[in-house]
Design a binder for this molecule. Structure first.
Ligand code: GLC
Length: 415
């Protein structure tokens, strides 16, 4: 891609982050989409920090500080901070449904644990070790919470208590755990998730003792992201001279990676697990590529994964890549949002970003460049939308959605 197109993308990316910036109670953060998601969201803020680190490291730090400011006593950092005072305790879905999602002012749930990754990316830009020291206690308690409360039986896999904790709210990976067939309506899907949140509320969002009775999934994407972030925790601890803890994080990283291989891997593909018996959920989504991001595949396994699945016209090789669900799945709905669905086929920029990083890890540079070009093309064609139809490139869902700006992090790679 020529330099002027990249410059324009950079400009537009920075503009959208600035447009969506908010200041509340002495903190600064970015709304993913002012119309549809007018709050602070966990993994969104991690993406924002990664993007902002290219423009202004101080703003990236502010985004992270704001996210950590509402950490709970048990280490959890909530997936939504509503910020408005008085706290609304509700979440607007499509501007219509008001829905309680947690404790006052925040949700009481997680999202994929991208925080250490984001903190390290920011540190890489300006070498501010004081920032690492400042963030370390938050990070330490957050990842310790994941490895204790979310792994009560010490199986070295972190569990999620609701599809929403995966960040992929209506993904077909969660149909079976929710007792839904591959084809159902968005209303049915939402009703199930709402019922689950109500049950979790009766347990006061207490994971080890109660919530896991209702929905207990060891998700591939969540754990792959955890592995990658534990590695960064090792690096952060080492950088600030906490050698014992660095070693512990490295050990935990290896243990989670090994547990993923032991329990999730079948014929080269990793599958999410469900319930006490660790039943595998055989639904093919983009999650199969996240082990590339975590670097837990051998080069031969990675080669096969790319050749047999990423390049497969019947699976993930669409005119605009990468769809979040394989074409051959009965749940595949490329025009997602028309039916009220979003993670059942449409391309999401964060998913593309994870796959891109994974491909770069393993040296599949041509494939990485193709995904990066498709991502840029989608934004040029359809703007900063929430997601995109993988068959036509049409923009879907929320408008002025920040995740498209991740493309500039892809172009920061000299490949
Ligand atoms: C949607 C996405 C979720 C994201 C949120 C805010 O609910 O599924 O991953 O964090 O929007 O952008």
């Amino acid at each position: 891609m020529d330099a002027s197109r990249i410059d324009t993308l950079n400009q537009k990316a920075y503009d959208i982050l600035l447009q969506n910036r908010r200041h509340k109670a002495g903190f600064q953060y970015t709304e993913p989409s002012p119309e549809s998601y007018p709050y602070q969201w966990f993994w969104d803020s991690c993406f924002h920090a990664i993007i902002l680190s290219h423009f202004n490291a101080e703003d990236a730090k502010k985004e992270i500080r704001s996210l950590c400011s509402r950490q709970e006593g048990n280490g959890l950092i909530p997936h939504i901070i509503y910020w408005d005072e008085p706290s609304p305790e509700t979440m607007r879905i499509d501007g219509e449904i008001d829905f309680e999602w947690g404790t006052p002012g925040t949700s009481s749930m997680l999202q994929p644990p991208m925080l250490a990754y984001a903190v390290w990316d920011v540190y890489r830009r300006d070498g501010d070790r004081e920032f690492l020291k400042e963030m370390y206690p938050h990070l330490y308690h957050f990842y310790t919470h994941l490895m204790t409360d979310r792994d009560p039986r010490r199986n070295m896999l972190a569990g999620i208590l609701s599809p929403d904790e995966s960040g992929e709210d209506d993904s077909p990976r969660f149909d079976r755990p929710l007792s839904l067939p591959p084809r159902h309506s968005a209303e049915e899907n939402f009703a199930k998730r709402r019922e689950l949140a109500d049950k979790n509320r009766t347990c006061n969002f207490d994971a080890p003792f109660c919530m896991k009775k209702f929905f207990w999934v060891k998700d591939v994407t969540f754990n792959a992201i955890l592995v990658r972030n534990l590695r960064r925790m090792g690096a952060i601890a080492q950088e600030i001279g906490r050698m014992d803890e660095a070693l512990n994080f490295r050990r935990t990283e290896l243990n989670v990676a090994n547990a993923m291989r032991d329990r999730m891997l079948v014929n080269g593909l990793f599958w999410s697990l469900f319930g006490d018996d660790y039943d595998k959920i055989f639904v093919k989504t983009w999650a199969i590529f996240t082990p590339l991001f975590a670097r837990i595949l051998s080069p031969e396994e990675a080669e096969k994964l790319v050749a047999l699945h990423l390049h497969d016209d019947d699976a993930f090789n669409t005119p605009y890549s990468v769809p979040t669900v394989a074409r051959h799945e009965p749940s595949y709905a490329p025009g997602g949002n028309e039916a009220g669905f979003s993670w059942r086929g449409p391309v999401w920029m964060a998913a593309n970003w994870f796959i891109f990083k994974g491909l770069v890890n393993y040296g599949f540079l041509e494939d990485a460049r193709r995904i990066r070009d498709h991502s840029a093309l989608l934004i040029e064609k359809s703007g900063f939308r929430e997601n995109f139809n993988p068959e036509t490139g049409e923009g879907l869902g929320a408008k002025n959605f920040t995740w498209g700006a991740l493309v500039i992090d892809m172009f920061a790679h000299d490949i």
